[in-house]
Design a binder for this molecule. Structure first.
Ligand code: PEP
Ligand code: MG
Length: 555
C-alpha cells in the first residue's frame, strides 16, 4: 500500500500510466556503425513517426489543440531540419545525437528571432525529446497517450501538462510531489477526479499495474481485490450521499448569509459549478484559459470566453492573468534568469513589463459584460501595496469597470489591509499564496506541505486583520484559496468576518452543510479557539470542539 495526501475526494480504480520525466541527452563523441544511409533512414523515420503521432493526437483532441499539434507536426517534418540531420549523420554522428543537435541548431535560431519565435523554441524541445525517445526505444515524454482510461502517475503535473488532458480518460491523479494547494490538486478538484499528492514511491509502480486510489484517505493500493474496490466505491458513495443537503444559498443555521461561490478556470467548468449550487463565481482563474498558448489571445477571443461565464451566473469575480512561477504563460515571459520565480515578476507585477496585455484584458472584460445584468467584479493577483492597488483600480476605471478589487495573498498586503481597503472596492484572500509567503515555503514542495496547512494560526492571524479592515471600510472580503473548501475552516473563516467563500465546485455541498449546521456565534467561538492555538493541529482540534454539527455529518 502506498500513502500520500488525499487532495481531491472520490475513489477510482484503473491501470497506471506513468508520465515519464526528462529524456536524456544522447552522449556526444560517439559514431554510428558506418552505414550512413541506414542511420539517416532511421532518423527520418523517427521524425515522421513523431509528426504523424502529433497530428493524430491533434485530430483526436480537436479544437485549438488540433491547430497547435498540427503546427508541431509540421516542425517535425521540416525539410530544413531533415537536411541538418542528414549532414550530421554524414559526419558520423549516430541518429539520436544527430537529431538532438539538429533541433538545437533551430532552437538557437528561433531564440534569437524575437519574443514570438522564442516561445516556439519550447515546442521544438518537446518535439526533439519525442524523436530522441523514439530512437532510444523510450516512452514518449509528457502526458501518456492511451485508448483506455488510466490513473495518471507523475512526479508532478504542470498546468500546461494537463491542458491537453482528456478528462474522460483520466480516472485519478497520483503524484510524488506537490502539496494540497499545488495546481495539480486544484486542477484535479476542478475536473472532479480523485487525486493523491506527496505519494513517495508512486513512480516505482510499473506501467499497467491496477491501482485503487482513494482521494480522501490518500491511499493508493496496487492490485486491489474486487471486494476492496467495491467497498471503497460504496464508502465514497455513502460519504457523498450524507452531504446531499440541497443547493440553497449559503448561510449559517441562524441565517447569516455567506455566499458560496465557485473557483473556475473557464467556460468548461460552468456546468459543474451550477450543478453543485454555486451562487456565482468567486475566482475565475483566467490564466487557465491560455496555458498552452504561445501567442497572446485576441481581445475578441477573450471576450467570448468571459461572456460565456458572465451569462451563466449572476455574480462573477474575474482575476486578471496570474502568470509566472508555476503557471508560466509563453506570451508573458518573465525577465531572464530569475533565481526565485515565485518571488519574481509574477501576477500583477508582470503587467508592468506587458501593460498592453492588462489593458486589453480589461477592455475585453468590459465589453463582455456590456448589456448583461451580471455583476462583474475584477481583481488583481499578487498585489503588495497601496501603489499597486491604486494603479490597478485606475486601470479598471479607465476601462469602464466599476468594481475593482485586490487579492490579499502577500503578507504585506494583509498587514496594511486598512490602507488597501481605502483604495480597492473589495478583497479576496488567496490563502494558498498567503501561506506560501507567510511561511517562506514553496507551495509546490511536498516536503514543506506542513506550512501549507491553512489551519496554521499564523495564517489565520493574517486573515483576521484583512477581514476586519474590509468590514470597517464597508467592503466585502471573500476567501478564494483552498482554505475555503475545508468545511470546518469555512466556519472559522465566517467567524473571522469573511463575507463569501469560493472553492472548487465539488467542495460546495460539504461547506454548505457545515455552515447550515452552526450559528454565527458558534463560528465566532470556533475562530477564537483557532486563533488561541499555537499550531495547526491545536487550531483544528480547538475549533472543531466548538462545531459539534460536523461529526454527525461525517465532516
Ligand atoms: C491563492 O493563492 O490562494 C489563490 C486563490 O490563487 P492561486 O491558487 O491561483 O495562486
Ligand atoms: Mg495565488
Amino acid at each position: 500500500m502506498l500513502r500520500g495526501t488525499g487532495v481531491s475526494p472520490g475513489v477510482a480504480a484503473g491501470p497506471v500510466r506513468v508520465m515519464t520525466g526528462a529524456v536524456p541527452e544522447p552522449p556526444a563523441g560517439r559514431r554510428h556503425a558506418g552505414d550512413a544511409d541506414a542511420e539517416r533512414d532511421r532518423a527520418l523515420a523517427a521524425l515522421e513517426t513523431v509528426g504523424a503521432d502529433l497530428e493524430e493526437r491533434g485530430a483526436r483532441a480537436g479544437g485549438e489543440a488540433r491547430d497547435v499539434l498540427a503546427a508541431q507536426a509540421m516542425m517535425a517534418r521540416d525539410p530544413g531540419l531533415a537536411g541538418v540531420v542528414t549532414d550530421r549523420i554524414a559526419e558520423g554522428l549516430p541518429a539520436p545525437r544527430a537529431v538532438f543537435e539538429a533541433f538545437n541548431v533551430f532552437h538557437a535560431a528561433l531564440s534569437r528571432a524575437g519574443e514570438y519565435m522564442a516561445a516556439r523554441a519550447a515546442d521544438l524541445d518537446d518535439i526533439r525529446d519525442r524523436a530522441v525517445a523514439f530512437l532510444l526505444g523510450m516512452p514518449a515524454p509528457g502526458v501518456p497517450d492511451s485508448d483506455e482510461p488510466f490513473v495518471l502517475v507523475a512526479r508532478d503535473l504542470a498546468p500546461a501538462d494537463t491542458a491537453l488532458l482528456d478528462p474522460s480518460k483520466v480516472l485519478a491523479f497520483v503524484t510524488r510531489d506537490g502539496g494540497p494547494t499545488s495546481h495539480t490538486a486544484i486542477l484535479a478538484r476542478a475536473m472532479g477526479v480523485p487525486a493523491v499528492v506527496a505519494c513517495g514511491d508512486c513512480l516505482e509502480l510499473p506501467d499497467g499495474t491496477m491501482v485503487l486510489v482513494d482521494g480522501t484517505s490518500g491511499e493508493v493500493r496496487p492490485d486491489p481485490t474486487e471486494q476492496e474496490t467495491a467497498a471503497a466505491h460504496a464508502a465514497a458513495e455513502a460519504r457523498a450521499a450524507a452531504l446531499d443537503v440541497g443547493t440553497g444559498p449559503g448561510a449559517t443555521a441562524d441565517g447569516h448569509r455567506v455566499p458560496l461561490l465557485a473557483n473556475i478556470g473557464g467556460p468548461k467548468d460552468i456546468e459543474a459549478a451550477l450543478s453543485c449550487g454555486a451562487e456565482g463565481v468567486g475566482l475565475f482563474r483566467t490564466e487557465f484559459l491560455f496555458l498552452g498558448r504561445t501567442t497572446a489571445p485576441s481581445e475578441e477571443e477573450q471576450e467570448a470566453a468571459y461572456r460565456a461565464v458572465l451569462e451563466a451566473f449572476p455574480h462573477v469575480v474575474v482575476r486578471t492573468l496570474d502568470a509566472g512561477a508555476d503557471k508560466p504563460l509563453a506570451f508573458l515571459p518573465p525577465p531572464d534568469d530569475e533565481p526565485n520565480p515565485a518571488l519574481g515578476e509574477r501576477g500583477l507585477r508582470l503587467m508592468h513589463s506587458h501593460p498592453g496585455v492588462l489593458t486589453g484584458q480589461l477592455r475585453a472584460l468590459a465589453r463582455a459584460a456590456a448589456g448583461l445584468d451580471t455583476e462583474l467584479r475584477v481583481m488583481a493577483p499578487m498585489v503588495a501595496d497601496v501603489a499597486e492597488t491604486r494603479s490597478f483600480v485606475a486601470a479598471c476605471r479607465a476601462a469602464g469597470l466599476s468594481s475593482a478589487g485586490v487579492m490579499i495573498e502577500i503578507p504585506a498586503a494583509a498587514l496594511r489591509a486598512a490602507d488597501l481597503a481605502a483604495e480597492a472596492d473589495f478583497f479576496s484572500l488567496g490563502t494558498n499564496d498567503l501561506a506560501q509567503y507567510a511561511f517562506a515555503a514553496d507551495r509546490q514542495i511536498s516536503g514543506l506541505a506542513r506550512f501549507q496547512d491553512p489551519w496554521q494560526p499564523a495564517l489565520l492571524d493574517l486573515v483576521a486583520p484583512a477581514a476586519r479592515a474590509a468590514t470597517a471600510a464597508g467592503k466585502d472580503c471573500g476567501v478564494c484559496g483552498e482554505a475555503a473548501g475545508d468545511p470546518a475552516l469555512a466556519c472559522v473563516l465566517t467567524g473571522l468576518g469573511v463575507t463569501s467563500l469560493s472553492m472548487s465546485a465539488r467542495s460546495l455541498p460539504r461547506v454548505r452543510a457545515a455552515l447550515a449546521a452552526h450559528t454565527l456565534d458558534q463560528c465566532r467561538r470556533a475562530a477564537e479557539a483557532a486563533l488561541r492555538a499555537t499550531d495547526a493541529d491545536g487550531a483544528r482540534t480547538g475549533a472543531r470542539a466548538e462545531l459539534p454539527g460536523l461529526e454527525p455529518l461525517g465532516l
